[in-house]
Design a protein around this ligand. Structure first.
Ligand code: PAF
Length: 279
């Protein structure tokens, strides 16, 4: 596996791969890789000749009060995991090689990015879109794979790709969960055993919502109320529990099976978890 820290060197290497006719896949990550990320890399390997994994804790998507400094970083382990699943290149820039000191250009999606996570974290998706657009320009992938765990992020990136004519196919890969249902996340490392046990109420609430829809329930407000009550009872207080149109992310009254999703974000003891399910 090749490793790069310089955007120009990675760009030149990817351009050479393209000239050889190879299909390039990109898996953008912030490192601290777990089975969820590895599933994205494996999926990219199935669809592409060459897979580039970026490992970069992107400062511009963290607000000053968020966990940028404390975000878990395990570069050596990450590189070993990338090698293990057959990634062809890893890109590990530093903030200084990714962003000029006087960088003054942003890429912002201004509609889907406003609600849900965006309401809570108003500058988050601007940082995500900017770094992902930069990665797209550096790597020029044919395909990029993102996890469904960050459902809104995938919708925002798809919209950016459409609106800015990036010739890139965006794949949304299914959520990977621990055997007891907790969605894999680098931030799960922050959970105490009690908080982790109680956090199972999130995935349980989503499973119950999906089961209710399969049994014929269509009332979005009733589904939300049940999920909110279930997580609150476990001490995980919802920031939002929302049934939405899976493409536009607009709240809906009536579930349209196959085209709707339930998204939730909950807090407990200063920690915040997100999870979702297609309905
Ligand atoms: O999902 C993430 O890990 C990040 O938001 C991403 C897409 C790598 C951009 O920094």
């Amino acid at each position: 596996m090749e490793t790069f820290t310089s955007p120009d060197e990675l760009h030149a290497w990817c351009a050479a791969q393209k000239r050889l006719g190879r299909v390039i896949g990109l898996v953008p990550t912030m490192g601290s890789l777990h089975e969820g990320h590895l599933s994205l890399i494996r999926l990219a390997k199935e669809k592409c000749d060459i897979v580039v994994v970026s490992i970069f804790v992107n400062p511009t998507q963290f607000a000053p009060n968020e966990d940028y400094a404390a975000y878990p970083r395990h570069e050596e382990d990450d590189l070993a995991l990338c090698r293990g699943v057959g990634a062809d290149a890893a890109y590990l820039p530093t903030p200084a090689t990714m962003y000029a000191e006087d960088a003054s250009t942003w890429v912002a999606e201004t509609l889907l990015a406003k609600t849900l996570e965006g309401a809570e974290r108003p500058t988050h998706f601007r940082g995500v879109c900017t770094v992902v657009a930069k990665l797209f320009n550096i790597v020029q992938p044919d395909i990029a794979v993102f996890g469904q765990k960050d459902f809104q992020q995938v919708a925002v990136i798809r919209r950016m790709v459409r609106d800015l004519n990036f010739p890139i196919q965006i794949i949304r890969a299914p959520i990977v969960r621990d055997p007891d249902g907790l969605a894999k996340s680098s931030r799960n490392a922050y959970l105490t055993p009690d908080a982790r046990e109680a956090a199972l109420s999130l995935s349980r609430a989503l499973r119950e919502a999906a089961a209710a829809v399969a049994a014929g329930e269509r009332d979005a407000r009733r589904l939300e109320a049940a999920a909110r009550a279930a997580t609150t009872a476990s001490g995980w207080i919802p920031d939002y529990v929302q049934v939405i149109d899976a493409e536009t992310l607009t709240p809906i009254q009536t579930v349209l099976p196959g085209a709707s999703a339930m998204l939730l974000a909950c807090r407990r003891d200063g920690l915040r978890l997100i999870d979702n399910t297609l309905l």
